[in-house]
Design a protein around this ligand. Structure first.
Ligand SMILES: NC(=O)c1ccc[n+]([C@@H]2O[C@H](COP(=O)([O-])OP(=O)(O)OC[C@H]3O[C@@H](n4cnc5c(N)ncnc54)[C@H](O)[C@@H]3O)[C@@H](O)[C@H]2O)c1
Ligand SMILES: [Zn+2]
Length: 363
């Protein structure tokens, strides 16, 4: 088992990474000195697979867990589902000393975290992420929230978990497509922070795809370490934390304009990161060999690296980018790479450069 510390003063916590950790959920929660009653929030795909093990482990450690199951998928990240969770928590008499366990992917983590942040003005919560994306990204850092019709993650809070438990064995039941989508965030960490990680991914991508346990554990732990390091320095995104958005300005605009049905988040940010690398080449002199290495790694990971837009889609995408939260004072800001392993943030990019790069990304 690997352990990563997230240094946030009184709100510090540990991330545990290993095979079969779900069985340790109860024991690890017991160390946190939380109340006996707790609610495990999961979704309809994850629940049938892993809820029994989670509830069993909690019960064996002396807790009294109840199970709340929400629909699977992005649409569950809504105020309607939040309301339904509140009603069930009330019916189960979850009280101020109780805690919430988020068992699932990023959707469940963001939703259950938001419920925990707000029910009874805040309950402790524990993350048990079961997708690669959630293990390396969404379960760490305390951003929780839900979507509105007007856009993603528009209602939310910062609420740090008390513990994150990444059971690598749960990734075996994840679809290949969802696993690949998670790889887009993994590759991102290499680009923004760690050239050695990027190289390791270049050398061992196939083994990682086979979920080779030692490699998978090392890679997930390294990504968590990087996220912990960044969040530890800038918890509420006043500066540095923005680097985690590499590829996300265009990625989010793709999701918002072309629709969430077509691309998974990881797929949209794969295109977004390749575009950001191209823009970095134009504006920061990122070497063309580096741009190629970046494109090549995403392609080898089975992620999209091209996009063909109709004129109306391109107009929608540009409009969506301007509505993104990362726009300040009307200017679209980008995270750009100086080299693999090192980025800068808050860079203005002329609209013409974005359009030119996107136009060149047709297959
Ligand atoms: N809070 C943050 O900092 C942060 C960061 C990145 C992304 N996010 C959010 O995360 C969400 C995406 O998360 P995601 O990609 O994990 O999607 P997800 O939670 O929808 O999970 C993807 C699919 O896999 C299923 N699933 C989950 N674990 C499984 C398993 N072990 N076996 C089989 N099926 C499983 C789910 O039911 C779902 O159908 C988005 O809403 C995004 O906004 C949040
Ligand atoms: Zn992301």
């Amino acid at each position: 088992m690997r352990k990563v510390h997230v240094p946030l003063g009184g709100r510090s916590y540990s991330i545990f990474i290993g095979e079969g950790l779900l069985a340790r959920l109860g024991v690890e929660c017991a160390k946190l000195k939380l109340g006996r009653r707790c609610a495990v929030i999961t979704d309809r795909n994850v629940g049938p697979r892993y809820a029994k093990a989670a509830l069993g482990s909690l019960t064996a450690a002396g807790f009294e867990p109840v199970l709340i199951t929400v629909p699977a998928g992005e649409t569950a990240k809504s105020l309607k589902t939040v309301q339904s969770c509140y009603d069930q928590l009330a019916a189960h008499r979850i009280e101020r000393h109780s805690f919430i366990v988020a068992l699932g992917g990023g959707v469940v983590g963001d939703l259950a975290g938001f419920v925990a942040a707000t029910y009874l003005r805040g309950l402790p919560f524990v993350q048990v992420p079961t997708t690669l994306l959630a293990q390396v990204d969404s379960s760490v850092g305390g951003k929780v929230g839900v979507n509105l019709k007007a856009g993603k993650n528009l209602v939310g809070a910062f609420h740090q978990p008390r513990l994150v438990l990444c059971d690598l064995a749960t990734l075996r039941t994840l679809s290949a497509r969802e696993f690949r989508a998670g790889l887009a965030e993994v590759i991102k960490y290499g680009i923004i922070y760690d050239a050695a990680l990027f190289e390791r991914l270049e050398n061992r991508l196939e083994k990682l795809g086979e979920l080779e346990p030692k490699l998978l554990g090392a890679v997930v732990a390294r990504c968590c370490e990087i996220k912990a390091d960044v969040v530890g320095q800038d918890e509420t995104e006043t500066g540095l934390r923005a680097i985690l958005n590499f590829g996300h300005t265009i990625g989010h605009a793709i999701e918002n304009s072309i629709g969430y049905g077509r691309y998974l988040h990881g797929e949209a940010i794969s295109i977004g990161q390749v575009a950001a690398a191209e823009i970095s080449g134009e504006l920061l002199g990122l070497c063309s060999g580096c741009v190629e290495r970046i494109r090549d790694l995403f392609r080898r990971a089975g992620l999209p690296v091209t996009i063909r837009l109709t004129p109306s889609q391109r107009a929608k995408l540009m409009a969506a980018m301007k509505l993104d939260k990362k726009v300040s004072g009307g200017e679209v800001r980008f995270v750009l790479a100086e080299e693999i392993g090192s980025v800068v943030w808050g860079r203005k990019v002329p609209q013409a450069t974005i359009e030119q790069v996107l136009a060149a990304m047709r297959e």
